[in-house]
Design a protein around this ligand. Structure first.
Ligand SMILES: CC(C)(COP(=O)(O)OP(=O)(O)OC[C@H]1O[C@@H](n2cnc3c(N)ncnc32)[C@H](O)[C@@H]1OP(=O)(O)O)[C@@H](O)C(=O)NCCC(=O)NCCS
Length: 181
């Protein structure tokens, strides 16, 4: 999309754009409900410190400097970076903003030792699942899913879905091609 820019979401940048990201989050929750999330992320949740979060997250701005998307990631294990939340403002959907944020996020991931990316998505969120599949994320099943869920309190794992607090999710994973050093 013309004029869209992507930039790091550091703790300092978050302070400047906090109202805008919470507004997008609320808007997406109003539109998509539990497909998107089981609750709106308020300011505290966006601000929550997680390993390497401020080196792995980014936002998108349109030509007017308005925030139109966010990608929140952190280092989950030594080998993996986890995406916690992704959103594109509904007025700007399907214009390449999600993909652009992913590309920047991936650049940041290269600075870590991670060999793969993970995320959790509501099993009914066909829109996001289509998006993630387009980015080459694959659904985890069987032992891989059980291993992923082993440190998630209260997760009940089936063959290829996971139930958390009564909601059904799938876990998706994307391997990273590590360049030979
Ligand atoms: C999922 C989401 C982040 C995608 O962002 P976006 O900026 O619209 O995505 P892009 O325009 O970069 O799409 C890139 C590709 O993803 C795929 N894609 C995007 N939206 C899709 C949809 N609704 N259905 C199927 N495929 C889709 C397409 O392959 C698309 O490429 P194309 O438009 O050239 O066909 C956005 O729709 C969103 O914010 N959804 C609500 C919030 C949410 O569910 N977040 C994820 C759970 S945390």
């Amino acid at each position: 999309m013309e004029g869209v820019t992507f930039e790091a979401l550091t703790a300092k940048v978050l302070d400047e754009v906090l109202d805008a990201v919470v507004e997008i989050d609320r808007c997406l929750f109003d539109l998509h409900g539990s497909n998107f999330s089981d609750h709106v992320w308020e300011k505290d949740q966006f601000k929550r410190g997680l390993p390497r979060k401020w080196e792995l997250s980014c936002i998108a701005k349109n030509a007017d400097g308005k925030v139109v998307g966010f990608w929140i990631g952190s280092q989950r294990t030594k080998d993996s970076v986890h995406t916690h939340r992704v959103g594109t403002h509904p007025d700007f959907g399907r214009k390449g903003i999600g993909r652009g944020m992913f590309e920047l996020h991936q650049e940041y991931v290269k600075e870590t030792a991670a060999t793969h990316l993970t995320l959790i998505v509501a099993d009914t969120n066909a829109m996001a699942i289509g998006f993630y599949e387009g980015l080459e994320f694959e659904r985890l099943a069987s032992d891989d899913l059980a291993n992923f869920a082993s440190d998630l309190a209260g997760a009940e794992v089936g063959e290829d879905t996971m139930v958390l607090a009564g909601n059904k999710y799938r876990v998706m994973r994307r391997a990273l091609a590590k360049e030979a050093s």
